[in-house]
Design a protein around this ligand. Structure first.
Ligand code: SPV
Ligand code: MG
Length: 551
């Protein structure tokens, strides 16, 4: 069987716009005024975008009187062009000056991926056509024709489009004047004519279209004669309809309602379900693409990263709940602790997770994990479990306890550490709720929360809250990271401890202290709360609350 043909690549945006203007079918483009609204317009199915001068001014909070500079406009339109694949027709007002400004405008628009520009035959600085239109002065025809010709002569892409907008009706002139201008602009090189009208009925437009007789593509903006059935535009052989300002207007209505509600309620409860989710914003921003690119380019060195999760113990403080499973498989808000941990690892691009099981090893499961078993879990300690995972050791490795819960940044800052060995220490004094036996950490300096990325090193870990008359600086939370030579130091320390008669009883504390004793620096990252471990029924209750603040 022959494979289906590859979909042909999309034509250039300029070519797409030219097709919209010249095809005999009626097409539609919708206003957008920034990157996210442009994406929304494209996703809705529109084949083009109108970068409206009114809407761009409004989103800056200024008037449609050339108060925003043309470079500010072009900067915003560039954001719009960057995030969309359909052509943008910029409402270029009067071209922001004379023929020379027009040349530079066209040049810059081409550079920034804008497919065409529409200029109107008024005077700079312009005023929106719907504000005292009849009092607005029109441009001199010859001068305007020169501007069109200058724009066309300076374009480098043959398909870039210059649309000439006739404001004769707006300024109170009749069809004869509108036609006279349109014909002059056509002859000057305009690719299409936009005929504008402020009437609530389409009479002017339809009369113009009849007399124009398709001499060049025709574009309309039915903002005022919006009640006209679209079929009439088809019959009149209009090529392109611009829905000119409906994204900014709908955004304003929605924002006004949301602001009013939040202000009145002093709460988000009534609006939360009415507004786009944060997830939806992330989607529109293309967050997934960045995550994928990170995997490809940025985290190349972490491709082989590994988490070793120590999960052999039953969790004696959890009574009957652990009859048939170890504590790491206990659900917190419906999801087992271990699953939460594996997800946290994935979020920092650690996709390979080795879990050392022991008690009820068969009940330990989580998507994508590798399970190794410490069959002698009842009679041995943490280092014996760690030893079971030795085949999984990697240079880039995090060792962590299976019953940990933490905010996302805790693990993220650990994996971002550049040091061969790093641990996380909580400098917050243990609260009453703390159960289990903390691993107190003694460090080279106390946590100075006023400092960013403080240079602190671990000196000792102990079950004792004070040592030689000195209080501990915090608690080691049960996370250790190795990088490069740090992994070799760790393996060598483990080897040395393996030679001891009491190896079966040794804990991670002993390994850390052995590393320190061997002169290996262990970097400390201080946190202030934002984690917990689960040792008791009360912890399990708190864990439910904790998940609400997770990520
Ligand atoms: C715009 O959208 O800025 C326009 C169309 O120029 S109108 O507001 O109808 O003049
Ligand atoms: Mg405008």
């Amino acid at each position: 069987m022959t494979p289906p043909p590859e979909p042909s690549p999309r034509p250039r945006k300029t070519t797409q716009l030219r097709q919209l203007l010249t095809s005999p079918t009626l097409d539609f483009i919708l206003e957008a005024h920034n990157g996210i609204s442009a994406r929304v317009v494209e996703e809705a199915g529109f084949k083009g975008i109108w970068a409206s001068g009114l809407a761009l001014s409004a989103q800056f909070g200024v008037r449609d009187n050339n108060e925003a500079s043309w470079t500010q406009v072009v900067d915003m339109v560039e954001f719009m062009a960057d995030v969309t694949g359909v052509p943008i027709l910029l409402d270029g007002d009067t071209g922001y000056g004379n023929f020379n400004n027009m040349r530079r405008l066209v040049h810059k628009l081409e550079q920034r991926g804008v497919a065409g520009v529409c200029i109107e035959d008024k005077l700079f600085p312009k005023t929106n056509s719907f504000i005292d239109g009849e009092r607005q002065e029109l441009a001199d025809i010859d001068e305007f024709c020169g501007k069109i010709a200058a724009g066309k002569d300076s374009q480098r892409d043959d398909d870039f489009c210059v649309v000439a907008r006739v404001e004769a009706y707006i300024a109170g002139w009749d069809t004869t004047e509108a036609l006279r201008r349109a014909e002059a602009y056509r002859q000057a090189g305009a690719d299409a004519i936009l005929i504008h009208s402020a009437w609530s009925r389409p009479d002017q437009i339809l009369e113009f279209a009849r007399e124009w007789a398709a001499r060049a593509p025709l574009v309309i903006v039915p903002t005022k004669y919006y009640a006209t059935p679209t079929a009439l535009f088809r019959e009149a052989r209009i090529n392109l309809v611009i829905w000119a300002n409906h994204m900014i207007r709908s955004a304003v209505s929605a924002m006004q309602e949301t602001a009013r509600r939040i202000f009145e309620d002093e709460s988000l409860i009534e609006v939360e379900d009415q507004v786009a989710s944060v997830k939806e914003i992330f989607r529109l921003q293309g967050a997934d693409e960045l995550a994928e690119a990170e995997r490809r380019y940025f985290l190349g060195s972490r491709r082989d990263a590994r988490a070793i999760v120590l999960a052999a113990s039953r969790g004696d403080g959890l009574a009957d709940l652990t009859d048939d499973r170890p504590k790491v498989m206990l659900p917190v808000n419906g999801k087992p602790l271990l699953h939460r941990l594996v997800e946290a690892c994935k979020r920092v691009h650690i996709d390979k997770v080795t879990v050392v099981a022991g008690y009820r090893a068969e009940s330990i499961e989580a998507p994508g994990i590798e399970r190794v078993v410490n069959t002698d879990y009842a009679a041995t300690g943490e280092l014996a479990s760690l030893e079971c995972a030795r085949a999984s050791f990697r240079d880039d490795m995090v060792v962590l306890y299976g019953d940990l819960m933490f905010r996302g940044y805790v693990l993220r800052s650990l994996v971002e550490s550049e040091h061969p060995l790093t641990v996380v220490v909580d400098s917050q004094p243990p609260g009453h709720e703390t159960s289990g036996a903390p691993d107190y950490a003694y460090c080279s300096a106390i946590d100075d929360r006023a400092l960013w990325e403080q240079d602190v090193w671990l000196e000792h870990v102990s079950r004792e809250a004070s040592r030689d008359g000195r209080a501990a600086d915090g608690r080691w939370i049960g996370m250790l990271r190795t990088r490069g030579e740090g992994r070799r130091w760790l393996t060598a320390a483990l080897d040395r401890l393996l030679g001891r008669d009491d190896f079966a009883t040794l804990s991670m504390r002993d390994l850390i202290n052995e590393l320190v004793a061997a002169g290996h620096p262990i970097r400390v990252i201080y946190v202030h709360g934002h984690w917990m471990d689960v040792n008791s029924l009360r912890d399990l209750e708190h864990a439910g609350q904790f998940t609400l603040g997770q990520r």
